[in-house]
Design a protein around this ligand. Structure first.
Ligand code: SAM
Length: 259
């Protein structure tokens, strides 16, 4: 990994309680969107699926429940939050997708959510993931598209989001990479490219998705010197204000099919 730390042991290691909260927050906020996307592509009970960077496993488990005549492989560098193999038809595999490969033509669906944008060699991993599809299979890549921090109506959010962007850039992540994905899928030989976006909510009472995300990288943001603990504390206070509502990021799902 570039830039002074790895993805797994740097920003987003699974060994911290913050990571558990962060993954739960992602799942609560995005699982509905992901399920809608996959069903829209014609997900069928007989499909063989791969979930890359499965995290706490909500998508892999949902796929295993849906694909009653197929099977699902969940791969992650850290499977500690996935458990052993909690579902029939679900295989949990500990592996680094930047180094590991799968048999070409093996899967009807390869799904990667909030993983590839964090990998410095993301373009190459995407191209390899496309090769794991069987003809007719879909590659679905979901990643953030971070809106410009300075366009927030809240100066406090602008400061926090600059620090959030910088903390990710320092470990080689690119929070705007998703915009390149439609073209990368086409260049990997996929067709029927499509995409959909879902706004991510900061504030707005119980609909807030950002407290666990910002708390999860608070040490790195504070270390960078661009924000202090008082900025995080002010953010927590602001969350009680019903007028504190912002959209700092879009979640972009992009898909393509191997002819
Ligand atoms: C932000 S989490 C997303 C989890 C899940 N996809 C979701 O959306 O709920 C990213 C996951 O990717 C995993 N990961 C990071 N780098 C990886 C790599 N090189 N190979 C496999 N998994 C990786 C992390 O361990 C983490 O569980």
């Amino acid at each position: 990994m570039t830039g002074g730390g790895s993805y797994a042991d740097g920003l987003l290691g699974n060994d911290r309680p913050e990571e558990r909260a962060r993954l739960a927050c992602i799942q609560d906020g995005v699982d509905g969107f992901t399920q809608q996307t996959l069903l829209g592509l014609g997900l069928a009970p007989g499909w063989t699926c791969l979930d890359v960077g499965a995290g706490a496993g909500s998508v892999a488990r949902w796929l295993a429940g849906y694909c009653t005549e197929g099977d699902v492989v969940a791969v992650d560098v850290d499977t500690s939050l996935l458990g052993a193999a909690p579902e029939p038809r679900l295989t949990v595999r500990r592996a680094d997708v930047t180094a590991e490969s799968f048999r070409p033509g093996r899967f009807d669906l390869v799904h990667a959510r909030f993983v590839l944008c964090h990998l410095p060699d993301r373009d190459a991993v995407l191209a390899r993931a496309a090769s794991w599809l069987r003809p007719g299979g879909w590659l679905v890549v979901t990643d953030p598209y971070q809106l410009p921090a300075q366009t927030s109506p809240f100066p406090s959010v602008t400061r926090l989001m600059h620090a959030y962007d910088a903390a990710h850039a320092a470990v080689g992540a690119d929070l705007t990479w998703s915009r390149r994905v439609p073209s990368l899928l086409a260049r990997a030989g996929l067709r029927d490219i499509g995409f959909a976006a879902r706004p991510s909510c900061l504030g707005n009472g119980l609909r807030d998705r950002w407290r666990p995300l910002l708390d999860g990288v608070a040490p790195q943001m504070i270390d960078s010197g661009s924000v202090g603990a008082e900025d995080l504390a002010a953010f927590h206070t602001d969350l009680d204000d019903p007028g504190f509502i912002d959209i700092p990021q879009l979640t972009l799902a992009v898909w393509g099919r191997l002819p």
